[in-house]
Design a protein around this ligand. Structure first.
Ligand SMILES: [Ca+2]
Ligand SMILES: [Ca+2]
Ligand SMILES: [Ca+2]
Length: 555
């Protein structure tokens, strides 16, 4: 916590720093008499280059609406922040602890953060002025800060380690996620993750970070500045392990992004599997042909191959006793009744061109990238084919609501419920409107999103897809880029086309929707995909849960 270190002296000097009355353009009457705040970073007289982070806090009791940075003067032409350029209203529990009178006021999240490019200024001393404006229009400047710019320096890469959080302990399933972002004045070449001062691996870089892009508007790489690496913590010793994350630029210049001391506590002899059910979405409708004459070509449970519904995802396992770990099988249940067990049901399905179905162990190189070194990666995918017409006509499941459960078991028979998915069964022949099927590729389930986020997915309907709508918590959303209440539809989807060959548009079923998450609260939300089909039927095609956090730059 870089900020905590500078805060103590800053607070001591604070009362003498507050509110220099420079603000000619702000109203002077009816404004709070007392204002507090300071520029915490950079320090007075600091030598800076590249992207210069400017960080601090401000309190006047009202909600802050704008924080602006000026260099070498307070006139409009000295202003360097773009409108909305500063990240504001960041929680700062440490500040409120020091000034408890402001707890519960509208301005009780007093942190702010922004940046400017040193290369826009000459070498030598420059003065930074920070103007705080609150929602009532009152404004004031914080005490100015002098820095020395040296543009001949190659700035070391900088950034932040979001996970593990400071003072964190590792989850019981043995996965230690290391994630954050890194930027450089030139280019970040790679990000090294060290465990106990020894290089463990390079992280996967290029992860989408619109929040970082918002805070560094002049940095071309900021939008894809994220990195992630998942480590198998069972390979670490129990007790405190030190994680260092170091970014390296193209000149070999290194920057320490953060150090985390994590308590690894894998005391159970065997840890249960973990993973994700990627398909279907929550609250999907599964439909089948209930008029088909039973007795499919293979005599199996796929009767009408045009109406196959899929359950897919991945599962991995860790184990303290290495040789006994590993996922043994994956089980699909409806309402607690076992439907499929990959150990028993994995087979080549004649009705689906001899495709392997109901199996665990599919190749998932994308998961191996995120979980390198885990046993069974990359062969950790599962996929089950389900014919709802068969279930309704032959297995006595009723039309209507059911609960789908997907479980993974390891070789020691430790079983994890990966996910529970409410699902509706329907006979497509009973209604003249076969329901749409859809998916959200990004964000994945429970991902933290922020800024203007491009939501990507696909949608199909046997009647054709006319429009795809995105609803958040039941409210239809407008695309932040196009201004239209519908997603852009018709992008290439060769992967979908392969699986759903009998659907119209299946090779061009992908959609994209720019969701402005800054208008949503920082909490959990439901993203519902609604499809208008070629005959004008409007139906929901499933829900994705995700988390909005537009304050992820909080230090
Ligand atoms: Ca550099
Ligand atoms: Ca295990
Ligand atoms: Ca339809």
């Amino acid at each position: 916590m870089k900020l905590k270190a500078v805060l103590v002296p800053a607070l001591a000097a604070l009362l003498s720093l507050a509110a220099a009355p420079l603000a000619a353009q702000c109203p002077s009457t009816g404004c709070p008499a007392q204002t507090l705040g300071t520029v915490e970073v950079p320090a007075e007289g600091a030598l800076v280059s590249g992207y210069v982070q400017v960080v601090g806090f401000a309190l006047d009791g009202n909600l802050v609406s704008n924080v602006d940075l000026f260099v070498d003067g307070t006139a409009d032409q000295n202003r360097v922040t773009a409108p909305g350029g500063a990240n504001i209203n960041l929680p700062r529990a440490d500040v409120i602890q020091a000034f408890p009178a402001y707890a519960g006021t509208a301005g009780s999240d007093p942190g702010w953060q922004m940046s400017f490019r040193a290369v826009n200024y000459s070498n030598g001393f420059h003065t930074l002025f920070v103007r705080i404006t609150d929602v009532t229009g009152c404004c004031y400047f914080l005490a100015p800060r002098t820095v020395r710019i040296d543009n001949s320096r190659n700035q070391p890469p900088f950034g932040w380690v979001d996970f593990p959080k400071p003072e964190g302990s590792v989850q019981a399933n043995g996965v230690l996620e290391v994630a954050g972002w890194a930027l450089d004045d030139r280019v970040v070449d790679h990000v090294d993750v060290l465990v106990n001062k020894r290089l463990e691996r390079q992280a996967v870089t290029g992860i989408y970070r619109p929040d970082v892009a918002a805070a560094y508007p002049g940095a071309p790489g900021a939008l894809i500045s994220g990195f992630v690496l998942n480590l198998d913590s069972t390979r670490m010793t129990n007790g405190v392990n030190v994680i260092d994350v170091i970014a390296v630029d193209d000149q070999g210049q290194k920057g320490l992004l953060g150090t985390r001391r994590v308590q690894v506590f894998n005391n159970s002899p065997n840890l249960p599997p973990f993973g994700e059910v990627e398909y279907p979405l929550l609250n999907s409708t599964w439909f089948g042909n209930c008029n088909f004459v039973y007795g499919g070509p293979s005599g199996g449970d796929i009767v009408d191959p045009r109406f196959v519904m899929w359950v897919s995802g991945w599962a991995l396992d860790t184990s303290v006793v290495q040789e006994r770990g590993g996922v043994s099988h994956v089980i699909v249940e409806i309402d607690g009744v076992t439907l499929k067990d990959s150990r028993i049901n994995c087979h080549r399905e004649f009705a689906l061109n001899n495709r392997l179905v109901d199996c665990y162990g599919f190749y998932r190189p994308d998961i191996e990238i995120l979980y390198p070194g885990f046993q069974q990666a990359p062969n950790c995918g599962f996929s089950f084919a389900i014919d709802v017409g068969y279930l309704i006509t032959q297995r006595s499941f009723r039309e209507g609501g059911h609960i789908l459960q997907v479980k993974a078991a390891d070789k020691e028979d430790q079983i994890t419920l990966l996910k529970e998915i409410p699902i509706t069964f329907e006979c497509s022949s009973a209604s003249l409107d076969p329901p749409p099927i859809a998916y959200v590729d990004d964000p994945p389930n429970y991902k933290m999103v922020n800024g203007v986020y491009p939501v990507i997915g696909w949608a199909l309907d046997l009647d054709g897809v006319a429009e795809v709508h995105v609803l958040i918590d039941g409210v239809k959303q407008v695309d932040a880029v196009t201004g239209i209440f519908a997603a852009e539809y018709g992008l290439a989807s060769p992967d979908v086309g392969q699986i759903y060959q009998n659907y119209p548009q299946s090779g061009y079923a992908r959609w994209r929707f720019y969701l402005d998450t800054t208008k949503l609260s920082n909490s959990e939300h439901d993203l519902l995909v609604e499809v208008v089909d070629g005959r004008g039927n409007v139906r929901s095609a499933g829900t994705r849960r995700f988390l909005v956090d537009n304050n992820t730059l909080v230090r």
